[in-house]
Design a protein around this ligand. Structure first.
Ligand code: TXA
Ligand code: MG
Length: 334
């Protein structure tokens, strides 16, 4: 990685330097508790254009605006229902993105022309400091190329787009490891548009959650919620729940018979038949879903570098943050 661009996120001087770049309309990749973000001044049209260019992201996929205070969030929204006050109080800073009608101040480019804007306050100290020192909201998608696996290390950002960002703040690996939960709030009710770092059980005491009505394939209510996303270059197949032992053996044999030579395995807790696979990664030996989430994208990226013909991903329990993990695995394999 080009070390000249990578600065320690824990250092105030680095943060000051990064904030200056944002002021000049440049791009800064920074750590958050979820994944690394690719940040630009949310109020600068040209700077936001660069995000879409560098990520090769279609302009119909809106960005999340990151804030360091509730007052900043308010300035981006036209009205804030009471239930959102509670959600901000309970879950900010943290991996919850709130989608509400936007104020006039928000650029249409940021929201892809939608009348709403997604806003979150990240929990990572460096991210918060950067926004504070910069003094204004920062638009930031995940700092990966569009459609590819999200970055949870500074190195991932450097590999994907190192040449094109002005500075990368290195804050080590991201603690949560999957992106924020995207919650659209309509009146006093909420719709989860993307499962993420804060699970449904944790949210539901504070807001009435409705089922999302659109199926993403036909009509994405969040344009970014396309079926295929987070995808490694290597073909990935998510195994159904409970596929292990002889079922797994059968499946591997079937693929081998079809001429698939090198198969990788992305395991939740353990690898049943190590000799079946040319490479494997284990998400959490303890079977801890939070640990699994924090290792997820790094493990996928590691396997993706092994020149495998395909990888099989084991299912994880569909509870808590496991729902977000399954969502990413399913989309990576779509
Ligand atoms: O954890 C995260 O949320 C990370 C870090 C960097 O903060 N960011 C992130 O951004 O995941 P991105 O751009 O990769 O994903 C943003 C998601 C997309 O699916 C997008 O479609 C949705 O949020 N989104 C943004 N604005 C929206 C809006 N106004 N209405 C509905 N969905 C929106
Ligand atoms: Mg993303």
């Amino acid at each position: 990685m080009n070390q000249n661009k990578v600065y320690p996120a824990s250092n105030d001087e680095s943060i000051g330097h990064a904030a200056d770049i944002l002021k000049k309309g440049g791009l800064v990749a920074f750590p958050t508790e979820t994944v690394y973000g690719l940040g630009a001044d949310a109020g600068n049209y040209e700077a936001v254009c660069k995000i879409f260019e560098v990520k090769k992201r279609p302009v119909f996929d809106p960005l999340i605006v990151h804030v360091s205070s509730v007052a900043q969030a308010r300035s981006l929204w036209s009205k804030v229902p009471k239930v959102c006050e509670t959600l901000m109080e309970k879950f900010w800073p943290g991996p919850l993105t709130l989608v509400l009608p936007k104020s006039e101040q928000v650029l249409d480019l940021v929201t892809s022309g939608l009348p709403t804007v997604a806003v979150r306050m990240p929990k990572h100290e460096a991210a918060l400091k950067l926004i504070k020192v910069f003094g204004k909201p920062v638009a930031a998608p995940s700092a990966n190329l569009f459609g590819y696996t999200s970055p949870t290390l500074a190195r991932h950002v450097a590999e994907d787009m190192g040449e094109k960002v002005d500075l990368i703040l290195d804050g080590g690996s991201c603690a949560v490891g999957v992106e924020s939960t995207v919650l659209q709030v309509e009146g006093e009710k909420g719709v989860i548009l993307r499962p993420g770092g804060i699970d449904t059980e944790t949210l539901s005491p504070f807001i009435l959650l409705k089922e999302s009505t659109s199926t993403f394939k036909q009509k994405p209510s969040a344009p970014g919620m396309l079926e295929s996303h987070y995808a490694p270059h290597t073909k990935m197949v998510l195994l159904e729940k409970g596929v292990s032992g002889s079922k797994l053996e059968e499946m591997v044999k079937k693929y081998k018979a079809l001429g698939v030579k090198k198969i990788g395995f992305l395991a939740f807790k353990s690898v049943p038949h190590k000799d079946f696979f040319d490479a494997f990664e284990i998400l959490s030996v303890k079977g801890d879903l939070k640990e699994a989430a924090s290792n997820l994208f790094q493990a996928i990226r590691k396997l993706d570098k092994m020149r495998l013909d395909m990888m099989l991903a084991e299912s994880v329990p569909s509870e808590g943050i496991g729902i977000a993990i399954l969502d990413r695995l399913r989309k990576a394999g779509a």
